[in-house]
Design a protein around this ligand. Structure first.
Ligand code: ZN
Length: 105
């Protein structure tokens, strides 16, 4: 799941948008002035959930399950965001070895 960072060309506000999918990123508006003249910046946040769930045992980092989701947690913390419940649950499940039934995040 991507988080994109945007810069508003009108009021120069810097904001982040959390998208549920990679396909639906159109129609983004500035939360401050509702301008649609926004510029997408290179995201500093990338989610590793998918790759961590498909981890192989040869991946030494993720072979320690307590490391699963750490990147995601720190990404949210770094950006001052509260981690969504669905994300937290998925990480918890992954750490306990359970794969989610449907990964809807
Ligand atoms: Zn704006």
């Amino acid at each position: 799941m991507p988080i994109y960072e945007y810069l508003c060309n009108d009021c120069e506000a810097f904001f982040e948008i959390f998208f549920k999918s990679f396909g639906n990123t159109s129609g983004t508006k500035c939360p401050g002035c509702s301008s649609e003249s926004v510029e997408r910046k290179i995201s500093s946040v990338s989610f590793k959930i998918d790759s961590s769930l498909n981890m192989s045992n040869s991946d030494s980092y993720y072979s320690d399950r307590s490391n699963i989701g750490k990147h995601v947690e720190s990404s949210f913390a770094k950006n001052g965001l509260e981690m969504p419940e669905t994300v937290r649950k998925t990480i918890e499940n992954a750490r306990s070895g359970k794969m989610p039934d449907n990964l809807d995040i």
